[in-house]
Design a protein around this ligand. Sequence first.
Ligand code: IPM
Ligand code: MN
Length: 354
Amino acid sequence: PSSIRLAVIPGDGIGVEVTAEALKVLQAALPADVKVEGTEYDLGARRYHATGETLPDEVLGELKGYDAILLGAIGDPSVPSGVLERGLLLKLRFAFDHHVNLRPSRLYPGVEGPLKAAGEIDFVVVREGTEGPYTGNGGTIRQGTEHEVATEVSLNTAYGVERVVRDAFARAQARPRKKLTLVHKTNVLVFAGSLWSRVFHAVAAEFPEVATDYLHVDAATIFLATQPERFDVIVTDNLFGDILTDLAAAVTGGIGLAASGNLDVTGTFPSMFEPVHGSAPDIAGQGKADPTAAILSAALLLDHLGRTKALPGLSEAARRIEAAVETDLAERAADPTPRTTSEIGDALAAKAAG
Ligand code: IPM
Ligand code: MN
């Protein structure tokens, strides 16, 4: 029997609860001859307070050896803002070259979104994950004085833009509607905008079946709220993608449902899967968190490993989880009695069983 070696980082707050359910459902969905070997890593606020560490080098080295990483959520009000985000989450994304940040958005039947007359919403944002203004390429001088100057330089390389644009075209090509929208701000961000458009048009020539479109990011937010059905695949830079995917989650029923994958599509490093939501310390430990986003992230994990490790049955297991979520969300609409985190996990595990 084959096995999947998984590093599990439950993290902080509700991350712990939702990760347990994601593992439960993942295990249930797998074909009988595929086993999961999960190893838990204690990273996040607790470790930071105990040792001052966010992601020690030896842990990073160990993580490199896994097939994939499943992450819950990190962050706690007791830790200064940014410390765990940069020292753990972004460090992992950069160290493992997670250049494709994949964030699907679907308005499932039965889920009430805030939009009045949205048609079918089913799109995926391919957010660049290792460049843009996230690289820490900046600084400040004369800090704290009235002459302070702060810069945060957005880094865009031809290599980095091309690989994410190419990935987005391939994903668009594989979907029924075959449409790809580039989102940027080329009217103001002249240099990066020019690079993104030139690369986009050059790669488009290799994908003649894919219909292409361009929107400035501000206009894209309008269309996401007024005509979300016009989107199929969106490709965009790291920061625009961060903002657009929170909006995308909001219009599809909230961040309790939004899943993501941080992919190294070459398979050199382990990809990392996490719900888009945070650690929600206000409801932590109460069994109130919706584990669906974490569970859908586990489905993305199986789908990714099915493609990159050529293990049989994983893509089917991923489809079973998605189908289970779809059925369960429709059932929730019919019977809105609140369920605990583990009740939702149990229901999904039963439905997704392989
Ligand atoms: C996300 C988060 C992170 C990001 C933060 C926590 C650094 O908002 O995954 O979208 O900006 O990428
Ligand atoms: Mn975000």
